[in-house]
Design a protein around this ligand. Structure first.
Ligand code: URA
Length: 432
């Protein structure tokens, strides 16, 4: 006979949990026998104490087995997905799913909602009027077979344990944990029945992994789990020292993703989408040269094929790209001094979007898709006094003190900073 409090206490004291204890806890949580507050306590204990590889493996498999695993019709097109650990302004999935579908891959993308200070792909897509993120598994599979891609949420059938736990972690400050992120991402991805998986592990102040050592451990943990489960898994560690792209929020990020699919968009967003896409084409075995893979994807952006596929996906999921996506009234944030941008605290911007109503602070909070922030500068850029730093989209004008706090998140100094690379490391099965 097991007791929730004994298992929580065991982890609180830094001991390893057995496979049986993990299985019992997860099953009882999913069935409602264990309440949210006990799961919150266990989550915090795991966050602080961590888990060994065997515990993470057992946890991921138990979460996977809380639902079904998709099986697909015989088809020459490999099944692939890309997932990010979550970063401020990260809208790469919106760009990548249609691009990969254009390369004759099948992309059944099961995504998440905003988590902590990072926005969620589903919340962004729901800024498109009519867009449905609750496809049934039959609808998901039919759409992927027909048009090559779909982006939807977890359903009761796919990893229900994650669906329930994810929203709880979001509001209990229990997101940044190697064990919890690995199991949360991998249970959903393994349930998709993939041939290959690309992981974008974000590193920096705008994400859970703030230094490269932690990001590397997380990448290795997921790559190793995926490979053990027979999925060709690769990871890239990418820089999240500043938000990705100019736009943060839901409607504005959809607009930026569409601009990127039309061959425009901000350079760092385009570069990262192309690099992850190229890695995906290599993992799926449809290209063998990274540069050639990148230029194939670049062509799809320039010719508008990526945009066309995105529109096809939006229509298939009930949305209308042509319908207005409301963006709230803009308030400007101006520089108080001249100099060079030395730092942009991505985390503070992510939190600001949540506070404006673009993310959740409590379970059940409704998202306002029209709020957001446009960052008009990048690290390394020179600015004049009075120059536009950012635009804040909110119908209720933000308080002056709040704006000052945000202005302080953009540091201006006399010297040019050294810029860290956008793509920091590639992690493959062989460990490099
Ligand atoms: N994405 C997920 O699906 N889960 C996490 O825990 C973090 C990012």
């Amino acid at each position: 006979m097991m007791h929730a409090t004994e298992i929580i206490a065991k982890k609180r004291d830094g001991k390893s949990l057995t496979k049986e204890e993990i299985a019992w806890f997860i099953r009882a949580y999913v069935s409602g026998e264990i309440p949210d507050y006990q799961m919150a306590a266990l989550s915090m204990a795991i966050c602080i104490r961590g888990m060994h590889e065997e515990e993470i493996y057992a946890l991921s498999l138990e979460m996977l087995e809380s639902g079904t695993t998709l099986s697909w019709p015989e088809d020459d097109r490999p099944l692939i997905d890309k997932h990010s650990t979550g970063g401020v302004g990260d809208k790469v999935s919106l760009v990548l799913a249609p691009l990969l579908a254009c390369c004759d891959l099948r992309v059944p993308m099961i995504s998440g909602r905003g988590l902590g200070i990072t926005g969620g792909t589903l919340d962004k897509l729901e800024a498109i009027p009519g867009f449905r993120t609750d496809l049934t598994l039959e609808q998901l599979q039919r759409q992927v077979q027909e048009i090559g891609c779909a982006i939807t949420g977890t359903s009761r059938q796919i990893a229900p344990a994650d669906q329930k736990w994810y929203t709880l972690r979001d509001v209990t400050a229990t997101v940044p944990s190697l064990a919890l992120i690995t199991s949360s991402i991998m249970c959903k991805k393994l349930a998709e029945g993939l041939d290959a998986l690309i992981l974008d592990v974000k590193c920096g102040s705008g994400t859970s992994m703030q230094n490269v050592e932690d990001a590397r451990s997380l990448a290795q943990s997921m790559v190793s789990l995926g490979s053990q489960m027979g999925v060709a898994t690769r990871a890239m560690i990418t820089n999240m020292e500043q938000p990705l792209g100019r736009m943060l929020g839901n409607a504005v990020e959809v607009n930026e993703a569409v601009a990127t699919l039309e061959g425009g968009g901000p350079r760092r967003l385009r570069d990262i989408s192309l690099a992850l896409g190229a890695e995906a084409l290599l993992a799926a075995g449809v290209e063998s040269d990274f540069q050639a893979a990148e230029s194939r994807l670049q062509t799809l952006l320039e010719t508008g094929h990526g945009r066309e596929k995105f529109a096809q996906m939006v229509t298939a999921q009930g949305g209308s790209l042509a319908a207005e996506r409301k963006v709230a009234k803009a308030t400007t944030l101006l520089a108080k001094q001249a100099g060079t941008i030395t730092q942009i605290h991505a985390g503070r911007f992510g939190r600001a979007v949540v506070q404006l109503g673009g993310g959740r602070q409590e379970l059940g909070d409704l998202i306002d898709p029209s709020v957001g922030i446009e960052l008009c500068v990048e690290i390394g850029q020179e600015v004049e006094e009075g120059q536009l730093l950012a635009r804040i989209f909110a119908d209720d004008p933000p308080a002056a003190a709040w704006l000052d706090h945000l202005r302080d998140a953009i540091e201006i100094g006399p010297e040019r900073p050294t810029l860290s690379p956008l793509i920091m490391e590639h992690i493959t099965e062989t460990g490099n």
